[in-house]
Design a protein around this ligand. Structure first.
Ligand code: NAP
Length: 300
């Protein structure tokens, strides 16, 4: 089977297409034919020299999102050959991530793919959807409160805007450029801003963009959750009743519910651009350039 692996830490040129044997599923694992994956910021960060997120050994297959078809599944797992599935599948210590044509995945980590979209689109859901959902759960925003999502045009931010708006939370989106404001309003934001100085003051902030130079955005006694890598400055900590990082966790049961929201028309998945696996280097360059509304998807 074909894989896209990094052979060293470095620029996009370290990404190489290789051939390896199809994995043999272990106990409790399903074999999934991977139809699609994505490129997330974590993949770019993991590839970089000096990354704090080093993989166990090189060459290593990266990628966190899988959408595909079950080939074999353990009996009693609830899955059968032919099932359309999605999973969050980060790189394992032995260097097996999502950018490979077949993956052996614990069957308990699979969720049904949304039925209303193709698998390329479905692949954009697991990491970004779970990240947004879990951060919002920690913020626990009440209906009378105002929420700001930073990086609202991006993969995680765009999910967060939709999930919060669907719960009736008055949500503002902060984007990197004015031309992204209409798209964030279309996702259900009550307001969209590209200038943090004039955006206002909020009870709660879900920060996906690492924006801490504007502490006035957070009301005194407000709450902030960030998924950026940046250290939360003392000024923000002092202002906030609570400010913390959040790290995504596996939750296939909730992933199933998010897929249901997609099928119910309550969560829109956005593919900004798609590339075949053979063009992984180009796909990385595109993802790194930014400025997109949605994810870079990969077809395998
Ligand atoms: N902790 C965790 O568990 C976890 C999980 C998933 C993701 N993450 C992290 O969360 C971050 C976002 O991920 P993602 O998948 O959503 O990435 P993404 O799709 O690239 O979105 C990031 C968005 O932030 C925007 N942005 C950048 N600077 C901004 C600014 N100053 N003001 C407003 N918006 C700004 C970007 O706009 P432009 O493209 O126009 O610059 C982009 O729309 C990444 O750092 C990722 O590594 C963490």
């Amino acid at each position: 089977m074909k894989i896209a692996a990094i052979t060293a830490y470095g620029g996009p040129e370290v990404l190489t297409i290789g051939d390896v044997p199809t994995p043999v599923p272990g106990p409790g694992e399903a074999l999934v034919a991977v139809v699609a994956s994505t490129i997330n910021p974590v993949d770019v960060k993991t590839r970089m020299p000096g990354t704090p997120q080093q993989v166990g050994s090189l060459p290593a297959v990266l990628g966190w999102d899988i959408a595909g078809i079950v080939i074999t599944a353990p009996s009693g797992s609830g899955w059968a050959p032919g099932d359309r599935v999605i999973a969050m599948h980060p790189p394992t210590p032995d260097g097996a991530g999502s950018w490979q044509q077949y993956a052996a995945i614990p069957a308990a980590r699979l969720a049904p793919a949304p039925e209303s979209v193709d698998l390329l689109t479905a692949a954009t859901l697991p990491l970004a959807g779970l990240t947004a959902d879990q951060a919002l759960a920690r913020l626990d925003v009440r209906e009378h409160e105002r929420l700001l999502v930073t990086g609202a045009g991006g993969g995680v931010g765009g999910m967060a805007v939709q999930l919060a708006a669907a719960r009736g939370i008055k949500t503002a989106g902060l984007v990197s450029r004015p031309e992204h404001e209409p798209a964030v309003l279309a996702l259900g934001a009550a307001s969209a801003h590209s200038n943090p100085v004039t955006a206002g003051e909020f009870n709660a902030i879900f920060d996906t963009a690492g924006i801490f130079e504007h502490p006035h955005l957070l009301r005194e006694g407000g709450r902030l959750i960030t998924v950026s890598d940046d250290t939360i400055p003392e000024g923000v900590n002092q202002r906030a009743a609570g400010a913390d990082h959040n790290y995504v966790q596996h939750d296939p049961r909730r992933l199933r519910e998010l897929a249901g929201l997609v099928d119910a028309g309550k969560l829109v998945l956005r593919v900004a651009e798609s590339y075949p696996l053979s063009r992984i280097e180009h796909a990385h360059r595109r993802a790194e350039a930014g400025g997109m509304l949605g994810k870079v998807a990969l077809s395998l």
